[in-house]
Design a protein around this ligand. Sequence first.
Ligand code: HEM
Length: 160
Amino acid sequence: MVEIFAEYKALIVFLHVVSAVIWVGGMIALRFAAHASFMEIDEPKERLTRIAHAMKRLFIIVFPFTIILLITAVIMLLGYDLKNTEYNSLGQIKEGIWSVMFINYFVMIIRRNRASKLIKLGDMAGAKFSMGLIGKYMIPLNIILGLVAIYLGATLSSAL
Ligand code: HEM
């Protein structure tokens, strides 16, 4: 693994960084650009349908990158032999952040799917509640965690 990492280091770091850009950047774009635009739609059913659709698209696009991020992270853990360096704890914190982000992402998918069903049943209040939690707390949590992980990545990058 050390040899493979040494040979393909630039590619592996590139894939790691691109995955973080798409995962975190996608959530920022949805929360602060697309969401503001959807709020201009007056009709509740149309507004909620558009938000649910945009979330579905983002969650699908992001999925492969969550996995690439993890695979490249594992390669780097082994390639740098991070466990046997003084930066072991930073690696562990990043593992924890990835896990919380992924669980949060998974729960968001479940909530969005439920909201989508409620829209079809005409329960706009239920759908609004279900997706409101995603927009108000769950996406912002993942944005903050993602930014912390990127900062820790920059710290590791300049130290290793
Ligand atoms: C799963 C656990 C993770 C581990 C073990 C890990 C490990 C690392 C390591 C060792 C580096 C330094 C690479 C180098 O420069 O050679 C790095 C950089 C980076 N990581 Fe992670 N990472 C993890 C998760 C994440 C997550 C969740 C994100 C963001 C969503 C992220 C974003 C970044 C970024 C943007 C860099 C590049 C920073 C720079 O070059 O300045 N990482 N990571």
